[in-house]
Design a protein around this ligand. Structure first.
Ligand code: HEC
Ligand code: HEC
Length: 206
């Protein structure tokens, strides 16, 4: 059962990689200049002060450009980011992508005792999946250390716990659909408690 699921995930993945291999390589230097406005919310070093604003430093190349495109088209609905991306050209997106992907995330995460408890429970699903609901191991797409896989599977480590939880809940509700509704299907099968556990685990990964 799990093997079959894993296989179909891999087939899905290769389909996406083929259809998505069109991103132009950006210029990180140009991206740095264009990121001044982003720094207010995402931090000068790509690490945001507020936990509901995602960290962008060290994201996998390709992912940031794809999300900016999704915000601009409204496919990923968020009032703030729809405004921020409205004036960006594809070249701007590629440059910003190259800049943030080139940064090393400088973030020390210390989980509270309570978060560490949650993380312990989240580890099993992250590494082994949840066969009962047909959910493949998170690490098969996001990597064993949460570093992601270019160009479509985002880094989920060096990320704020609150942001991760909020995104999984948005996928579960169907508010954020994403590529092929992949994460929607996955999050739909998770309970809110499991989402809390997974968010704590990913936030503590490095
Ligand atoms: C006023 C604050 C603000 C500014 C300025 C801002 N952002 Fe954001 N950004 C957010 C918030 C809040 C989110 C989370 C959106 C959500 O929940 O879907 C976000 C999400 C993102 C994401 C998705 C990250 C992920 O892990 O999926 C990207 C990429 C992004 N922003 C890039 C940028 C870039 C590039 C700029 C500058 C051109 C910028 N942002 C400016 C607040 C901001
Ligand atoms: C088959 C591949 C696959 C599996 C398995 C998978 N994911 Fe994802 N995940 C994705 C893709 C693709 C995205 C990109 C976002 C999108 O679709 O818009 C994503 C996005 C995310 C995000 C949002 C990150 C951000 O920066 O906004 C989180 C959080 C996440 N996944 C957590 C998980 C967890 C937890 C699991 C295991 C229960 C999991 N994923 C399993 C493919 C996968």
């Amino acid at each position: 059962m799990f093997e079959k699921l894993y296989l179909s995930a891999v087939i899905l993945v290769s389909g996406i990689v083929m259809s998505g291999a069109t991103f132009a390589a950006g210029n990180a230097e140009a991206g740095k200049a264009k990121s001044a406005v982003c720094a207010a919310c995402h931090g000068v070093e790509g690490i945001s002060a507020l936990p509901v604003n995602p960290n962008l430093a060290g994201q996998v190349p390709g992912y940031i450009a794809s999300q900016l495109k999704a915000f601009k088209s409204g496919e990923r609905a968020n009032a703030i980011m729809m405004g921020q991306s409205a004036g960006l050209s594809e070249e701007d997106m590629a440059d910003l992508d190259a800049y943030y992907a080139s940064m090393v995330p400088n973030l020390k995460v210390t989980l509270t005792e309570q978060e560490a408890e949650l993380a312990k429970a989240g580890e099993a699903i992250y590494r082994g999946g949840y066969a009962e609901r047909g959910i493949a191991a998170c690490m098969s797409c996001h990597g064993p250390s949460g570093h992601g896989i270019p160009i479509h599977y985002p880094r989920v480590s060096a990320q704020h716990r609150e942001y991760l939880e909020q995104q999984l809940l948005a996928f579960k509700r169907g508010d954020r659909k994403g590529y092929n509704e992949m994460m929607w299907n996955i999050a739909f099968g998770l309970s809110e408690q499991q989402i809390k556990e997974l968010a704590a685990y990913m936030a503590g990964l490095n």
